[in-house]
Design a binder for this molecule. Structure first.
Ligand code: UDP
Ligand code: MG
Length: 327
């Protein structure tokens, strides 16, 4: 029997590239010898992305479109794509052609050999700023050291996952999603293929520094409690030295005649300690904020319209169960 693949493509303001991406994906997937669907998720683009996609979708039955009511973020868009995907294997790829679609065929080969997760490891990254490359590299190393989950370094979300894995991921309801971490966390037989990350085909990165920092924090807080532990280590360390210092000044007061006003040192120590306290409170705040997000239990995303599935199903609530109505 023929296998069926779903290619999930998150898009945010990608009007300049989306036609090319569609063409490339089609020509690659036409060559794979099995059936496939292309699930495009429009993550609240403010340009003509949705319009263009609607056109493509009407002309090609391989194409499905999930249109969000606003921008929910890259990781959520990927999750929605997985929710709607119906294939035996699901491939996630960026819309900007930085991940060459041809690599999908290598992934499929590995999948046919029995692997359940095939992630693409970047050998090189072309056309990205030195700043981005260095921060990314540092971040992946830091994450690796902080977590007990074996998250592979230098891999993005470009990967293939088996239906089984996709179903398990769909069952994980957490809101602050760091998809590549979750994929590592679930286990299964995993392997990698290597590739060279290309330059963006057109347009600009949709990950400004602010989003990158948030993304990094999601990655770390989802998989590690270490930052919280740092608070207690620092506290312990400081108390220990404060005690020593206390003994020293008591000794000075009673047994020596050395008696300096010491304004500078008091202000200095105060500033330092207040800084540290605030920083550690901030760390705790990051976690509490995320706990709050989880407890509100709002849907992960809201869908305005789904196109390309039989019956032109439309859903305004767009909860994750949406897919069960589509099937
Ligand atoms: N993206 C998205 N929602 C966002 C930001 C990005 O769906 O809020 C998509 C974007 O259209 C692209 C992918 O996520 O397909 C990766 O984004 P980008 O290429 O801008 O990130 P970079 O490659 O620079 O890290
Ligand atoms: Mg990109």
């Amino acid at each position: 029997m023929k296998a069926r693949y779903s290619v999930v493509v998150p898009m945010f303001n990608e009007e300049e590239v989306i036609r090319h991406t569609y063409q490339r994906l089609r020509s690659v997937m036409d060559g794979c010898g099995d059936t496939y669907e292309l699930v495009f998720v429009n993550d609240g683009s403010r340009d003509r992305t949705a319009e263009i996609m609607r056109e493509i979708c009407s002309a090609d039955e391989h194409v499905k479109l999930v249109d969000f009511s606003r921008n929910f973020g890259h990781q959520v868009a990927i999750t929605a794509g997985m929710d709607y995907a119906q294939g035996d294997a699901v491939i996630v790829i960026d819309a900007d052609l930085q991940d060459p679609p041809e690599v999908i065929l290598q992934m499929i080969d590995k999948w046919k050999q029995g692997y359940e997760v095939v992630y693409a490891k970047r050998l090189k990254r072309h056309g990205e700023t030195l700043f981005k490359k260095t921060t990314a590299k540092l971040f992946y190393r830091l994450l690796r050291n902080m977590t007990s989950v074996d998250i592979p370094t230098d891999t993005g979300d470009f990967r293939l996952i088996d239906r089984k894995v996709c179903d398990v991921l769909r069952g994980l309801k957490e809101k602050n999603r760091y998809v590549r971490g979750l994929v590592s966390w679930v286990g299964f037989r995993q392997t990698s293929v290597e590739y060279v990350r290309e330059e963006r085909f057109a347009g600009e990165t949709k990950y400004p520094l602010k989003k990158m920092i948030r993304f990094a924090l999601d990655g770390i807080t989802s998989f590690s409690h270490k930052p919280l532990k740092i608070a207690s280590y620092v506290g312990f360390f400081l108390s220990f030295f404060s005690f020593l210092y206390l003994f020293l000044i008591i000794f000075q007061k009673f047994f020596t005649s050395w008696n300096v006003p010491g304004w500078t040192s008091i202000v200095g120590v105060n500033l330092l300690f207040n800084g540290i306290t605030l920083m550690l409170l901030g760390v705790i705040g990051e976690y509490i904020g995320r706990i709050y997000d989880e407890s509100k239990d709002r849907p992960l995303y809201i869908v305005r319209e789904v196109k390309g599935y039989p019956g032109e199903y439309t859903d305004h609530k767009g909860e994750r169960e949406a897919q069960d109505n589509v099937r």
